[in-house]
Design a protein around this ligand. Structure first.
Ligand code: SAH
Length: 369
């Protein structure tokens, strides 16, 4: 395995270049390129070509390597399949939105949580990602944004910051609160080194209560999202095994403590799931009007926003997506009960951007494009 220069300290980098009979200042040049997300040495234009070729044969730039890049048909979403140094694959998604450029970051290779509707967990957990492996995901997106400016010229609204990553959502593969120390290290780094404000970082969890407590101790005012998906323990335990360990009431009270501390709105994620009955008709699973009433009751009085997510089909899973009508009926009941809610616009479904599907296809040796 080639050494990853991004993981070197500055003095290690200096030693590395001087050992290759190069002047010390090459370390500074290389570090600047790495901080911009340079995927290879070829891109490092102020470094002599011969030395670049030498570097290419003995070292690697970042701890992630793009093995596949998919663009959605509207050009707004780019999905990366990234290879880590031990051959593991992870996914990362860049979403260009009206409010900025948001990157969906993975926190683990695979996932141990076993949620019944999700593709990320199908092959289990491989390992936690390091701080650098998470940080390199946003650098990869940043590099892509800058490269697309050069290729496609500046975007029409001319916003100077339009080519920077402005938002991070930790909603990719994995359960961030199972890797909480590295995830905290990553968020600190994104804030310090890339100037991404705490309020522009969202962490999504299936509800690991000690992890939420750790975020409370940490004390930064990020956004917290809870993947709820069911308003009763009975139903939630059927689709999310973690609910057997941390019950709804415990999860919500830890989340309330977090959001009250920072005076933030809690985000609730609720995937709407249907199932085929014996006659092949779609029946609503967690998306019935009764569950909408129960959810309203559970959340009444809380400062929260419910994101309703129409389920992205995963072949291996038994659910189906409910009709648009059923989704709107569910939402109407929440609104009637005074609960803030919106239906999440799905991005990049045409490129398998939803939830671990690209990685899964890659692992199975299918062609995901
Ligand atoms: N483990 C964390 C973060 C990763 S999942 C968590 O559970 O929050 C990010 C969000 O996508 C979660 O709300 C998850 O439940 C949801 N999700 C997983 N599979 C999905 C699918 N097939 N369609 C739509 N949303 C899905």
């Amino acid at each position: 395995m080639k050494p990853i220069l991004f993981d070197f300290t500055y003095s290690e980098l200096e030693k590395f270049v001087t050992d290759m009979s190069q002047p010390r200042f090459r370390a500074k040049q290389i570090r600047d390129w790495l901080n911009r997300g340079a995927p290879d040495f070829e891109s490092m234009k102020n470094i002599p070509e011969k030395f670049r070729a030498q570097l290419e044969s003995v070292a690697q730039t970042l701890p992630v390597r793009v093995t596949k890049k998919l663009e959605s048909s509207d050009g707004q979403t780019t999905k990366f399949l990234l290879e880590l140094n031990d051959g593991e694959q992870i996914e990362c998604v860049l979403m260009r939105t009206s409010y900025g450029n948001s990157v969906c970051v993975s926190s683990q290779a695979g996932c141990a949580m076993g949620c019944k509707f999700c593709a990320s967990t199908l092959l289990g957990l491989k390992r936690n990602l390091t701080v650098n492996e998470m940080f390199a995901q946003i650098l990869t997106a940043q590099w892509e944004l800058r490269a697309s400016v050069n290729e496609k010229s500046i975007r029409p609204n001319g916003d100077a910051n339009n080519n920077d990553v402005s938002h991070i959502v930790i909603m990719g593969t994995g359960e961030p609160l199972q890797n909480v120390e590295n995830v905290i290290g990553f968020m600190e780094r994104a804030n310090q080194d890339m100037g991404i404000g705490w309020r522009r970082i969202t962490l999504s969890t299936c509800g690991i209560v000690p992890g939420i407590k750790r975020l409370i101790d940490w004390g930064r005012p990020i956004n917290l999202a809870i993947s709820l998906h069911a308003p009763t323990d009975e139903l939630r335990s059927q689709i999310m095994p973690i609910n057997n360990k941390y019950k709804l009431s415990e999860v919500l009270s830890a989340a309330d403590e977090f959001t009250e501390l920072h005076n933030r709105q809690l985000m609730i994620e609720y995937i709407l799931l249907g199932r085929k009955d014996v006659n092949g008709e779609t029946e609503l699973y967690n998306a019935t009007p009764e569950y909408a009433e129960m959810l309203s009751k559970l959340l009444r009085g809380k400062n929260c926003m419910v994101n309703l997510i129409p389920w992205n089909a995963v072949d291996e899973r038994d659910f189906v997506s409910p009709s648009g009508n059923a989704v709107h009926r569910f939402q109407d009941i929440l609104i009637k009960n005074g609960i803030h809610t919106r239906i999440r616009r799905e991005r990049g479904t045409d490129i398998g951007s939803a939830c671990g599907q690209l990685r899964l296809k890659h692992k199975r040796g299918e062609n995901a494009s």
